[in-house]
Design a protein around this ligand. Structure first.
Ligand code: SF4
Ligand code: SF4
Length: 242
């Protein structure tokens, strides 16, 4: 190909590529925009439109914090600063400091996953801008508080029970891998079919059957397994309550 042909070919390529680019730009004139006017130019708050698993600024419900320090240990970049004191006699834990530096936080969620009660959790809040780094440290302890101790039965304090219910839902549903949609509400169990009148039932005559050796062996194994299971009861939650 001669120099003149190359020259005119380059001009043609330049014109075609300009029209290619402009076609993409022009197509956006007739497309529905993805962007929104912000803030408060939309009918609902942006926070209410965010996905189920959105990891926004962390919050802590101190009323259900056990002071276990799992969140503090899990944070890879030391955003969380906690201080606790343990009474050797009463085994009561007092939390005297619980700070989260949201300027450092990278919203990874590693702190909220191991929390046994869901006390530390992500919110859908993302507006944290302020004028100083110091003001971005969220301090959750105003004065030392006694840490929450899980009860053996239902939580008697209604306010704490409500927080605990939210926390456990968070732990069970949010902090687990899965869909970005909240799980569907569980359907109520179907009512059991009505029992047939006794008169209709015609039981077959029972024949005396002597148990086989296999059946006796299987029964003995089942009892052994049951007794082992009973022996393990009550140990599953010890770690959480310590
Ligand atoms: S979200 Fe991640 S970076 Fe932020 S406090 Fe929790 S563990 Fe640390
Ligand atoms: S209960 Fe949750 S928020 Fe409290 S120290 Fe343990 S992991 Fe952190």
């Amino acid at each position: 190909m001669g120099p003149a042909a190359t020259y005119f070919r380059n001009i043609k390529d330049a014109v075609v590529s300009i029209f290619d680019g402009m076609a993409v730009t022009a197509s956006h004139l007739v497309r529905r925009p993805y962007t929104i006017q912000y803030p408060d130019r939309i009918p609902v708050r942006v926070q209410d439109t965010l996905p189920f698993r959105y990891r926004g600024i962390l919050d802590v419900d101190l009323e259900i914090c056990t002071g276990c320090l799992a969140c503090d240990r899990a944070c890879p970049i030391d955003c969380i600063a906690m201080a606790i004191e343990k009474n050797a006699q009463t085994r009561e834990i007092t939390i005297s400091q619980f700070d989260i530096d949201i300027a450092k936080c990278m919203y990874c969620g590693l702190c909220s996953e191991p929390c046994p009660t869901g006390a530390i959790h992500h919110t859908t809040e993302f507006e944290g801008a302020d004028y100083s780094l110091e003001s971005l440290i969220r301090r959750f302890v105003v004065e030392p508080v006694v840490a929450y101790k899980p009860k053996k039965g239902p939580e008697p304090d209604a306010a704490v029970a409500k927080l605990l219910e939210r926390g456990m839902t968070y732990v069970d549903e949010w902090a687990q891998p899965g869909s970005d949609k909240p799980p569907a509400a569980k359907a109520a169990p179907a009512p059991a079919p009505a029992a047939k009148p006794v008169a209709e039932a015609k039981p077959a005559p029972l024949k005396p059957v002597s148990p086989t050796a296999d059946a006796v062996k299987a029964g003995a194994e089942t009892k052994d397994a049951d007794s082992r299971t009973d022996g393990n009861n009550g140990t599953g939650n010890e770690g959480a309550s310590s």
